[in-house]
Design a protein around this ligand. Structure first.
Ligand code: PEP
Ligand code: MG
Length: 882
């Protein structure tokens, strides 16, 4: 195809198309080209061809070249609103013109006064693709100068479709000229892009696309491999099976089509950015962060290959089945088969309205439970819960279910059938990662079916002591339903190393093998087996001497662990003797018992809202007091920091209906809710102040923004203390969870005895990223230097005031964060009980001076990823004494 030259239609200043203040043009939705700020009002034809668009308003014109490309000159932006004022056409629609022929005259002053800008895009688009060459650099230009040249290319010949504008339906009608103005919207717009994501359109980018699509009024679809998916459906997008390097085409219609396509493009960019910021897959990374290894041996490597290609169907060789290490470790125990119970559902429904309402209620119940799990669990559970909520709300599944209900089916039947369709679509793909997501869909299916049957939780599975779970696969909820104290390992015939159930197993520190193939069917229920998840092998028929050796190896490992636990009972000092206090975050009496066993010096955060979350009525004073007393008693004489109910936002309470909020995270939450409901606040305070011995309980106020909130709460406390005849003042603290509180920490410290940094919320509010947002989970990182600066500010305020500043958010248990926090001046951490031994061990091996130097370098960095990589390289995180 010969090159076609496009000439400047008038004198002016040439600039990049991206400078045009209209996303349709700057995003190249209507074609690629340049923009010109005109200094003359005569528009000449940029090329020879036919005038295919020329609206009555004469503010734009399109010339179709003999080769079929459409060249649009759009005079200024938002100029359609002038209704033709200041414009006069010199040619007619359908007329064939020569290059340089006069097309339109316009009055520069009139148009300049009525337009957003005079900047005029000159762009070219072709039904196929095209490439642009010799684009004019920014600078003055005269009418008739060459702006750029282009050649039409078949889109498949283009390696990087990003450089290709692909517009099929849009370029041939008069709509093109008006596309940025709502009055003349194009029928549809398309954009084809090459997916550069390493894993293609997997769950996270699909979720990002779906979220972007859901925010749009316009219908948007994604086309790949000849299949079209609703962009709002995570599963449908994943089911396209788009891999790295493959093309997808976004299509949008309606007045906002250009904007919609730009949003999808941005979502894909964001996914790419997240991937490169993480440097690798975040999910896999999480797993390795908690000690799981990827494929650990050559045996496992070959098993991995075999499993992926579906070849691992053989039985054990010499009593050994090769698998893939999902969580490293070593265990010996009794094979315990788990067969999944298929929940029986009636096919016929009891009417559309009834079944529809049943399904809506069941989904609402599941959503509430997932939200709770997300709010109370660790990072892994939070991410999984967020992903499951996405699946629960998936429009494709929901629409299919509604159709089936409308056809007379029951809610359960409809939900299962709709889910299974998507599962089949995912399983049909040859992509392990996407197949793993099918398990998540099945998990959500069982949650909903159980909720329809009125069961609040997945069935509890009874397992023997030292159970090695042997199953085809395992759902996250099935794992959490197991008694963790009896579980020693998990062996799955299928499954994936990066599945959510693997992440949970890693968080529980349970060794896990996947991809063991059909050989696991031969493992007898109750047989003794050895799981070497370090080497990636399952020994299915060990003899007595192998079993003895395995038991000895397990005992040695346990001894090490119990040595760590025993050491955890002692006070914690850094290598250079600085005392660091380690407290526990609690939500129940059981947690308190575990905390003491793990060496907690007390409770640094009792999340009281979780004591009473699962009920329909508010607990009265006595019930609350008993619950607090039980926890205090379990802690012995250790201090108990009792946080006043942090209700609202992502922690709704059934018995405390709060008005619907557009933006709950920024609405009635924490102390704001307490002050809005003084009756509840008084009841809770009276209960807390009655715990004996008086003084063991310290009170902590959540979500503080300013000092007036503290003063109001303290006034109530003083009144109640007088009423109860209590003695001296009780210790009162404030949580630092808002940037306002951190920036004003020194002022707050005048009114409180201590501060406790809630890094989870502080991160959410500093980075303006929802802490439960699945797609942002990889970036909602408390090690962002901006968050670290707020922590530093708060810690310094505490040092100056001579008062304690603790950290009780999730970052306190993050081994990469620990030396940084110490370096910033934090001397008290409050973490989940199970994390205490390892944290004490880590702290005992670091010098505060080294931590200080490290922390001050971290404050200078640009991103959380940079902080993580700097700390990871510094030897002081190892936890080993030098
Ligand atoms: C926090 O925000 O870090 C915190 C400890 O509170 P919660 O996680 O309960 O909101
Ligand atoms: Mg919080």
């Amino acid at each position: 195809m010969p090159l076609v030259a496009i000439l400047a239609p008038f004198d002016g200043w040439c600039t990049g198309i991206e400078e045009v203040p209209d996303p349709v043009f700057s995003g190249r939705m209507l074609g690629d080209g340049v923009a010109i700020d005109p200094t003359s009002g005569i528009v000449l034809a940029p090329c020879a061809g036919e005038v295919v668009t020329l609206p009555a308003t004469a503010h734009a014109v399109t010339i179709r070249t003999p080769g079929g490309a459409d060249v649009l000159v759009h005079i200024g932006i938002d100029t359609v609103q002038l209704g033709g004022r200041g414009f006069a056409a010199r040619v007619k629609l359908g007329q064939v013109v020569g290059a340089g022929q006069e097309l339109i005259r316009f009055d520069l002053d009139t148009v300049a006064r009525g337009a957003k800008t005079l900047l005029t895009p000159v762009v070219v688009a072709a039904a196929d693709g095209l490439t642009i060459r010799n684009r004019r650099a920014a600078g003055t230009i005269n009418a008739g100068d060459v702006l750029f040249e282009f050649e039409i290319v078949h889109v498949r010949d283009v390696a990087q479709a990003r450089d290709v504008v692909h517009s099929s339906e849009v370029t041939h009608s008069s709509d093109v000229a008006h596309s940025s103005e709502a009055t003349h919207a194009p029928a549809s717009l398309q954009r084809t892009v090459t997916v550069q994501l390493r894993h293609g359109l997997h769950a996270r980018p699909a979720a990002l696309l779906a979220q972007a699509a859901k925010a749009l009024a316009t219908e948007v679809s994604v086309l790949a491999h000849g299949k079209t998916a609703n962009a709002r459906s995570v599963t449908a997008v994943m089911a396209l099976g788009v891999r790295h390097g493959e093309e997808v085409t976004f299509t949008a219609s309606g007045p906002d089509a250009g904007h919609a396509i730009q949003q999808l493009d941005a979502a894909l960019e964001a996914a790419l950015h997240m991937e490169s910021a993480a440097g690798h897959d975040t999910t896999a990374d999480r797993a390795s962060a908690v000690g799981s290894a990827a494929v650990a041996s050559s045996a496992a490597s070959s098993a991995a290959a075999a499993a992926t290609s579906g070849e691992n169907s053989g039985g054990a060789v010499d009593g050994v089945l090769p698998g893939i290490t999902a969580v490293a470790g070593f265990a010996v125990g009794r094979a315990t088969r788990i067969e999944r119970r298929e929940i029986v559902v009636e096919e016929q429904g009891g009417g559309m309205a009834h079944e529809g309402a049943q399904l809506a209620q069941a989904r609402a119940n599941v959503r509430a439970r997932l939200t709770r799990v997300g709010a109370t669990g660790g990072v892994a559970r939070r991410e999984i819960a967020a992903a499951h909520v996405e699946f629960l709300d998936d429009p494709v599944v929901n629409e299919a279910a509604q159709e089936l209900i409308a056809a007379g089916k029951s809610a359960g039947y409809a939900w299962r059938a709709a889910t299974r369709r998507q599962v089949q679509a995912l399983e049909a793909l040859g992509d392990t990662r996407l197949r793993e997501r099918a398990d998540d869909l099945l998990d959500v299916e069982s949650h909903v079916l159980l909720a329809l049957m009125g069961e609040a939780r997945p069935i509890k599975l009874t397992i023997p002591d030292d159970a090695v779970i042997v199953a085809e696969d395992l759902l996250p909820s099935e794992l959490t339903a197991l008694d963790a104290a009896r579980l020693v390992a998990i062996c799955l015939g299928r499954g994936g190393a990066t599945s959510h159930v693997a992440i949970l197993a890693a968080a529980m520190d349970v060794p896990m093998l996947v991809g063991l193939g059909t050989g696991i069917h031969a493992v007898a229920d109750g047989a003794m087996v050895i799981v070497d998840a370090d080497a990636g092998t399952l020994h299915v028929a060990p003899d007595t001497s192998a079993l003895d050796a395995a038991h000895a190896a397990v005992a040695a490992r346990l001894k090490n662990r119990s040595a760590e636990r025993a050491a955890a009972l002692a006070d914690c000092r850094s290598l250079d003797g600085t005392r660091i206090e380690i407290f526990a975050n609690l939500g129940s009496t059981a947690d308190a018992v575990a905390a003491v066993a793990n060496g907690a010096e007390g409770c640094g955060l009792l999340r009281t809202e979780f004591l009473f979350i699962d009920r329909d009525t508010a607990p009265d004073e006595r019930e609350q007091r008993d619950a607090y007393q039980a926890i205090s008693t379990a802690l012995g004489a250790r201090p108990l920091v009792l946080r006043l109910m942090d209700v609202g936002g992502d922690k709704p309470l059934k018995y405390l209906p709060l008005p619907h909020e557009e933006n709950p995270a920024l609405g009635l939450r924490g102390v704001r809710t307490a002050l809005a409901r003084p009756d509840l606040l008084r009841t809770q305070l009276r209960a807390a102040l009655r715990v004996e011995p008086f003084g063991v309980v310290q009170l902590l106020i959540p979500m503080v923004t300013d000092v007036t909130e503290i003063i109001t709460v303290r006034t109530v406390i003083e009144e109640l203390n007088a009423e109860l005849g209590n003695g001296p003042r009780i210790k009162l603290g404030a949580m630092i969870e808002t940037p306002a509180a951190a920036l004003n920490a020194s002022v707050l410290l005048r009114e409180v005895d201590f501060l406790s940094i809630g890094s989870n919320d502080l991160t959410q509010y500093t980075l303006a990223m929802d802490r439960g947002h699945a797609a942002l989970a990889g970036r909602t990182d408390a090690l962002h230097p901006a968050v670290l600066k707020l922590i530093a500010l708060t810690a310094n305020a505490g040092i100056e005031a001579g008062k304690t500043v603790a950290v009780c958010g999730g970052v306190a248990a993050d081994r990469i964060a620990v030396p940084v926090l110490l370096g910033l001046g934090i001397r008290e951490l409050s973490v989940v009980p199970a994390a205490i031994p390892a944290i004490k061990r880590q702290i005992r091996a670091v010098r505060i001076a080294d931590c200080r130097a490290l922390a001050s370098r971290c404050l200078e960095l640009a991103t959380a990823a940079e902080v993580r990589s700097l700390v990871a390289q510094a030897s002081i995180t190892s936890g080993e004494a030098p």
